[in-house]
Ligand binder design. Structure first.
Ligand code: TXA
Ligand code: MG
Length: 343
């Protein structure tokens, strides 16, 4: 039925679904029949498909305009759903898994495990590992339960654009490309989950997020490493991130973005703004002081707002790069193509 609508009209009508019991059940049915539903999570909005249906997963890549070697995160609603998706583990590795899950799920962290046979290679971008997350958003978990299966979901943006943190952001990119969007809450965290690889000799952060290295080490009682690519830029010769998604240009608005760091940053930004405005440019300044949590919550949506206003240049004052600030700076640097001025 859904296929017929797509083919006969050429363009899809995207259903706008308020979060009600009936609509969640309907959205679950869409996922079960191979369709695509965008839904809120505590981090960013996801674009969901049946994680065990290779064809449904391929249509996510098409809707996003995303390279198909970029693996997806599989979302589950409860711990019972995990064992069928991952290869069994024993001894110390099993104890570490259990401790991390107990401490951080449901929540804004994704773990990478060796995958089981059940997970299609289409979902993992051809990898023998699978990234899994149990979101804390009640709406997200209600949808997963209604679908009755794990949901593969990348962020619900066109590939390369800032991740969506409101239902309006999702519609800006996905209206007419997907079956439905759940009009849920704005995202509380505002940047994507921490991705922690548990398949190597030590737990390794592939993408920094709300759950920081300090929080992880307190639970793991061992060193938690960072993927070395997090400290370099794609312009460096040795840039080879382990999370395939980290190699693409990301979070880029149409405007140019420049980061200004250092003790004279605020003053430098004021001067640069005046100079550029004299040259006829429309300039926006994003200065979050030392509020990393506020910056995370607002940054992506403010990039989108700047595009709607026709801003040419966005000047961003750098955050302190410790704790959660490191994770937010990772997104800011990517959006600026690593263009940083030291003032
Ligand atoms: O917060 C989030 O994680 C959001 C919400 C919707 O849950 N999802 C999200 O998905 O950010 P996406 O597809 O935009 O980013 C997934 C990241 C990519 O960098 C990808 O390369 C990495 O996770 N990833 C997925 N599976 C992996 C695997 N098996 N090994 C290494 N990295 C993996
Ligand atoms: Mg993404």
């Amino acid at each position: 039925m859904r296929e017929k609508v797509k083919k006969s009209k050429g363009i899809m009508i995207t259903e706008r679904l308020e979060v009600t019991k009936e609509n969640i059940a309907h959205a679950g049915e869409i996922i079960r029949s191979g369709g695509l539903v965008a839904f809120p999570t505590e981090t960013v909005y996801g674009l969901g498909a049946d994680a065990l249906n290779a064809e449904a997963v391929s249509s996510v890549y098409r809707a996003k305009g995303r390279p198909s070697d970029n693996p997806m995160i599989v979302h589950i609603a409860d711990c019972r759903s995990l064992p069928p998706l991952v290869a069994a583990d024993t001894g110390a590795a099993a104890a570490l898994r259990a401790a991390l899950i107990e401490a951080f799920w449901p929540g804004p962290i994704t773990f990478v495990f060796p995958k089981s046979e059940k997970v299609p290679l289409a979902t993992t971008g051809g990898l023998e590992t699978v990234a899994i997350r149990m979101p804390s958003s009640e709406t997200a978990r209600a949808l997963i339960r209604a679908a009755g299966r794990p949901i593969a979901a990348p962020s619900a943006n066109i590939s390369g654009k800032p991740s969506p943190t409101t239902a309006a952001d999702v519609l800006e990119d996905m209206d007419g490309r997907i079956d439905a969007v759940l009009l849920g809450e704005n995202c509380k965290v505002g940047i994507e989950s921490t991705v922690l690889d548990l398949t190597g000799s030590k737990p390794t952060i592939l993408r920094p997020g709300y759950i920081t290295v300090e929080m992880l080490e307190a639970v793991c009682h061992t060193e938690v490493a960072y993927d070395p690519s997090l400290f370099s830029s794609p312009n460096d010769e040795h840039f080879r991130p382990k999370a395939p998604g980290m190699k693409y240009r990301h979070y880029a608005p149409k405007a140019g973005v420049r980061i200004v760091e250092g003790s004279n940053a605020a003053l430098y930004i004021e001067k640069l703004k005046l100079t550029e405005e004299k040259n006829g440019k429309k300039v926006a300044v994003l200065d979050y002081g030392d509020d990393s949590a506020g910056a995370a919550r607002k940054f992506f949506s403010q990039l989108r707002e700047c595009d709607r206003k026709g801003i040419d240049l966005i000047l961003v004052r750098a955050l302190d790069s410790d704790g959660f600030g490191f994770s937010v700076m990772n997104r800011m640097l990517k959006s600026a193509g690593y263009d940083v001025i030291h003032a």
